[in-house]
Design a protein around this ligand. Structure first.
Ligand code: TRP
Length: 355
């Protein structure tokens, strides 16, 4: 039996393989993960089951994107020697716990989740989405609770999922571990619960607009600057940023201007940005100038990432997932067993063998 105790608190977070992480992911979550690696025992999950909710027709591409995520992660400074990189499909305990948690969550409650509602709208899913699409949010609860996470670093859009996770954790602890419903969230484990009630931790930039200046940055909307983009590509994309101005004769738009948003999010010298913005407001500088500053700023941010990425082969990335998933399984199997014990479903102890 694995000993799960570690003096450090644990975090679990993850990304869905959709074909390349972008600077919005970086400011919203990746940057914070890098900083948390010393203080926390970190599990980082590649959510390839979740990817099937929109990409069931292209499983081979999803598989390739799993390797790409590892490269993105290592490139930003997430460190597989200190943290555990987990491939969701290779941790069966997650899928099993999803069953139990699905029974503790009302269908009506799930359908009120604003992120689910948003996704149905933005992705134009109408009423054609799969049953599995709804399941992904329950699966996410299992991702988190399987590792008994204390905190979950995420972008703002994920908060409703973390809220559902907290509800299910409380419910499981009350129902199967006899924890008093009056217990404070912070005291659930002490009161005999199996799962800590996890907290969402939102990064420095909760939401970053895409270069279209309208929607949230998203690879599938085609408005993203990817961490893997080459300098020229970044420059081209920055030139296309929509600043809110109809024509060059219109006055500069100061509210929700995406080029300013990027400078605020990524420029290391904010007093310099103050100056630029002031001159821009007086039309002493045009869009082109700010776009050039933005492209230089973003390229400076990405340069060390490009160097780290270049050192990693596909095989290295696959090895990282394999050893991480083995470690994750040891932990997750233990959690599943404890959950089954609490439920009285502990029929047969088992050992998972990965070849
Ligand atoms: N749904 C998250 C996203 O698309 C990815 C994810 C899967 C996740 N499992 C998770 C995030 C667990 C936090 C915790 O961004």
């Amino acid at each position: 039996m694995m000993n799960q105790t570690n003096s450090k608190p644990r975090i679990l977070t993850g990304d869905t393989p959709t074909g390349g992480l972008h600077i919005g992911h970086y400011a919203g979550s990746l940057e914070m993960r890098v900083a948390m690696q010393d203080e926390y025992d970190c599990f980082f999950l590649i959510a390839n089951h979740h990817a099937l909710s929109t990409r069931a027709q292209e499983t081979k591409d999803v598989a390739a994107d799993c390797v790409n995520i590892v490269k993105d992660w290592v490139s930003v400074g997430m460190d597989p020697n200190r943290s555990t990189f987990v491939l969701q499909s290779e941790v069966p305990a997650i899928a099993e716990l999803t069953w139990y948690f699905a029974m503790l969550l009302g269908y009506g409650r799930l359908m009120k989740n604003p992120t689910i509602k948003d996704e149905i709208r933005v992705k134009g899913l109408g009423d054609t989405y799969s049953f599995g699409f709804l399941m992904y949010a329950v699966g996410q609860i299992a991702d988190i609770l399987c590792f008994k996470a204390h905190a979950v670093p995420v972008g703002e859009d994920q908060i409703p999922h973390i809220e559902m996770t907290r509800e299910v954790a409380r419910r499981f602890n009350q129902l199967y571990c006899g924890v008093d419903p009056q217990t404070e969230d912070a005291d659930y484990v002490q009161a005999g619960g199996l799962f800590p009630i996890p907290e969402a931790k939102v990064g420095r930039v909760a939401r970053l607009a895409g270069i279209d200046g309208k929607q949230k940055m998203s690879k599938s909307l085609g408005n993203a600057i990817l961490l893997s983009d080459m300098p020229k590509e970044v420059k081209k994309k920055c030139n296309r940023i929509f600043t809110g101005r109809g024509t060059m004769d219109d006055p500069p738009v100061m509210e929700n201007n995406t080029v300013i948003e990027y400078l605020r999010a990524f420029h290391p010298d904010q007093s310099r940005v103050d100056e630029l913005v002031e001159q821009y407001a007086k039309s002493e500088l045009g869009d082109g100038h700010l776009k050039k500053e933005a492209s230089e700023t973003i390229n400076a941010l990405l340069e060390p990432m490009r160097e780290r990425r270049a050192k990693l082969t596909d095989d290295d990335a696959r090895d990282i997932i394999k050893s991480g998933s083995a470690k994750a399984n040891a932990f997750a199997e233990q959690t599943l067993w404890e959950a089954k014990q609490a439920m009285g479903f502990d029929f047969h102890p088992r050992k998972l063998v990965i070849e």
